[in-house]
Design a protein around this ligand. Structure first.
Ligand SMILES: [Zn+2]
Length: 157
């Protein structure tokens, strides 16, 4: 896979350590593996990174065991494992600081709030992922550990 090549500004992404002057991949909190961390202030609304991967039909993705699926629409889904897909390092948080926008069939990730240097970038994986992979073991995200109520745990699901 040549996903890293499409980043444009992120030429040194392939080593999986320092990917952009604004953020880096490093050890996250215990039990959560690697994460993506801000190295400088990232302003609310700022473009951060594109989620890249292999384009596969969504009905096939629905049968896949991959944990790096990101659905573009009901026709196409990206399967973007790390380390090629740096955005795949972004861990889940029920109260995240980045969000994805689908734009012209691409998945672009933007800051949802101001992010300070040293802060981990987090995104809300969708309800489906939450129910399949997170709910059975209990959510270990920083917000849940702090005791904030997860929107995914509301009744009705
Ligand atoms: Zn959580």
């Amino acid at each position: 896979m040549k996903a890293a090549a499409v980043y444009g500004t992120i030429r040194d992404a392939t080593m999986g350590t320092s990917v952009d002057e604004r953020f880096e991949v490093r050890e996250a909190r215990p039990g959560t593996g690697l994460g993506l961390f801000a190295r400088r202030t990232i302003k609310k609304g700022e473009f951060i990174i594109e989620y890249t991967g292999k384009k596969i039909p969504t009905p096939i993705a629905d049968e896949s065991e991959s944990r790096y699926l990101f659905e573009i629409d009901e026709v196409w889904t990206l399967d973007g494992p790390v380390p090629e897909n740096i955005a795949g390092y972004i861990n889940h948080d029920c109260h995240p600081n980045v969000e994805a926008e689908i734009e012209d069939g691409r998945i672009n990730i933007y800051a949802q709030k101001d992010i300070l240097p040293g802060e981990e970038l987090t995104i809300d994986y969708d309800q489906e992922y939450f129910d399949e992979f997170i709910r059975p073991i209990g959510c270990k995200c920083a917000s849940c550990e702090k005791g904030l109520l997860s929107p995914h745990l509301k009744e009705g699901k």
